[in-house]
Design a binder for this molecule. Sequence first.
Ligand code: FAD
Length: 619
Amino acid sequence: EGVWRLSKLAVSVHNDPGKDFLEVHDGLLQEIAKVLKFPVASMLPPEAFSIVRKSFDARKMLKEPKFVYTVDMDVSKLLTLEPRTWDFISRLEPKLGLVDHMPCERVCCDLFSMIRKHKRNNDCTSSGGQEEKISSSSGYLYKLSTIRKPKIAVVGAGPSGLFASLVLAEFGADVTLIERGQAVEQRGRDIGALVVRRILESESNFCFGEGGAGAWSDGKLVTRIGRNSDSVLAIMNTLVHFGAPKKILVDGKPHLGTDRLIPLLRNFRQHLQTLGVTIMFGKRVDDLLIQDGCVVGVRASDSRDKLKLGCHTLEFDAVILAVGHSARDIYQMLLAHNMDLIPKDFAVGLRVEHPQDLINSIQYSGLANEVRSGRGKVPVADYKVAQYGIDEHENSTCKLVTSNRSCYSFCMCPGGQVVLTSTNPSELCINGMSFSRRSSRWANAALVVTVSTKDFDALNFHGPLAGVEFQREFEQRAAMMGGGNFVVPVQTVSDFMESKLSVTSLPPSSYRLGVKAASLHQLFPSYMTDALRHSISMFDRELPGFISKEALLHGVETRTSSPIQIPRRSDTYESISLRGLYPTGEGAGYAGGIVSAAVDGMHTGFVVAKQFDLFHGDI
Ligand code: FAD
């Protein structure tokens, strides 16, 4: 009885209809039959099986690339089988690792039903204002009487801010979402002006605006926080609710692409507005209003008003800070309020770009022509490479030591393009994006080396914002090397390995604002260049052809994750320095990537709803 999960069902490429086909097909039924030791595959009713995950596995140790499935088998739907067959099925024994009985009911991973189940029927209104001060576990909560909704500000409309707003608004809070950048329609025009006319709008760009840093991105939805966790599934289901294709629920490496993210964000916004959320675009929070150690509101100004002339104050019961890690002015402001900020390790490096055809042939050999610009049977090839505990030369003793430093590929965008993610014209940093079909001629990925406070100290950057200064240093050096006007300094991988300027003609780059040959091997301290070189030579062993004159390194990739953490209480998510402030998402150091930021925002929404007594139940 019940549901059985069958995993590691490998179907060869010629027996599979291809990456976009997510129904049960004959090739898959044959593999299911093999695992079940069931003699006649064609007798298995397809309706008894549902695909949970479909991935493409092209690892070198396999004889040939395969599609790998996880499938749920609903035993009750096998009842249509003739009695002898049914008898066979009913005697099945679980084979660990391949067949697993799913003992409990499938958990509800739908955010909206979760909220409906736990919503307290308070019947709040936004008028009135009686408050009753109560003591709580944290000792300083104000319980608002049922005649007034709690007024919550969410600062930042990236994944974390959007999900925090959604949860709180669904629970009936009076939410104001404040975003310094523009709505996606205007943001698209601002990004167009940047790419075509080199006009960088410092408040509306690849980092700032509706959808946050993840909007004009590859939209990869892979996460290291547990693909099958209820929280991640709740996020994925919500994305589907707002227009993402259902295949993200099944795809082993789900991604959306910028073209799908934009309409999704518009639907998300419309839903928030229907719930009564006040959304302010082009409004930047410059300061917090603090009374008796508690945040009681924000000071905000029109983000295009550089002189902050039109600054005004807005009062709130709580402020969720979901500003991402490019809002360096916010870190400064928090420091000015004597808040605790902890410097954090992160990673810095270069973005490498290869022709996509080269990566396809390295990864797929004979199958490479099945890719056909993203429309083919197999997905456009990607890669993930890493080197840990890299040997380092220690100056004082002249001996090799193994350090904790790592070098790894990050945010790989097959069929994508390199884009400018600077928010200030004197700094140059880049990242990667793609469209849903991933059909460009290039494959790019960051190659980054871990850095820590001892590296910041070595450059004389001290204190909580040392990591930010470290980032800025290399962004400014890269801008100088490029010669200004957002031109990116580049070097072929072969020349980087030999410390040579790429003087002969450069291979083409997807980066639209121009590239210039530069000595990238001189950009970073030698320990970083050495770590990159050593790792690249190891990556070339794994992916022969990775070192190539056709591969171009672009400088510089600095904003891989937050350089600081804003400490918060583990139970209430409230800042340990300021009551009423809830640091959330990547900028606060609690997430890295679209999905984990969304999960953190969702959890913040729940804990804040609980503190304002809008929600009963466990989180
Ligand atoms: P953010 O998305 O950074 O959002 C913060 C928001 O706060 C911004 O919109 C900003 O304008 C706003 N803000 C900042 N300061 C203020 C202020 N003072 N007042 C008002 N508003 C403010 N991750 C993936 O998982 N997959 C990918 O494929 C991927 N590709 C990427 C490609 C690019 C080009 C970039 C830049 C990032 C990419 N990332 C990707 C990383 C991902 O975008 C982030 O991890 C994620 O967006 C973090 O979410 P967040 O909500 O914490 O912060």
